[in-house]
Ligand binder design. Structure first.
Ligand SMILES: [Zn+2]
Length: 174
């Protein structure tokens, strides 16, 4: 299961800027054009489907399974105990909502996890992020199939749109 929480691939972002990639998404940098935009535009380009004052949710561009997304605080911090408690609890509330969302998306199971520091397996250890990985019966075969994730890219935007739609009911209700 190690590879399930393997790091994001660095080529995702082309890393042209020194800014932390998650801070860049948080602040509205379109990662494809490397330009700052209105959040409504950059979020669409970066596949961010939810944001509020404390957190945001973004699709993992190189998913382990279809529907894999991340929940992150806007705050740039590398370990949970450094995050203010309100934000931490808010994030965990959305983890619950995210699980419900993924069940409706069609997941048979879900992995929920956060890798702390490089030794903990974090690809971008400087900015906390919680993985929500939907699992499907027999999906271990799928992992090898998507070894070249580009093959899967065709459906990526469709899945983003589906998750985005589901988030409107799951994430906005109180
Ligand atoms: Zn950051």
């Amino acid at each position: 299961m190690d590879y399930l929480y393997a790091p994001w691939r660095s080529e995702y972002f082309g890393s042209k800027q020194d800014l932390c990639v998650f801070c860049a998404i948080s602040e509205g940098l379109n990662l494809h054009t490397n330009t700052k935009q209105d959040l409504s535009l950059s979020d669409e380009a970066n596949c961010v489907f939810y944001r509020d004052s404390k957190i945001f949710c973004v699709m993992n561009k190189f998913p382990y399974t279809p529907g894999h997304f991340l929940i992150l605080p806007h705050t740039h911090t590398h370990s949970p105990e450094l995050l203010d408690l309100d934000t931490w609890l808010h994030l965990q509330t959305f983890a619950q909502k995210g699980v419900a969302l993924l069940k409706e998306f069609g997941a048979s199971g879900i992995n929920l996890g956060m890798n702390i520091a490089r030794a903990g397996g974090a690809g971008i250890p400087e900015h906390l992020h919680l993985h929500l990985v939907p699992r499907y019966i027999g999906d271990t075969n799928f992992f090898t199939t998507i070894g070249d994730t580009r093959a899967y890219g065709v459906d990526f935007n469709k899945i983003f749109k589906h998750i985005q739609t589901l988030s409107k009911t799951h994430f906005l209700k109180h």
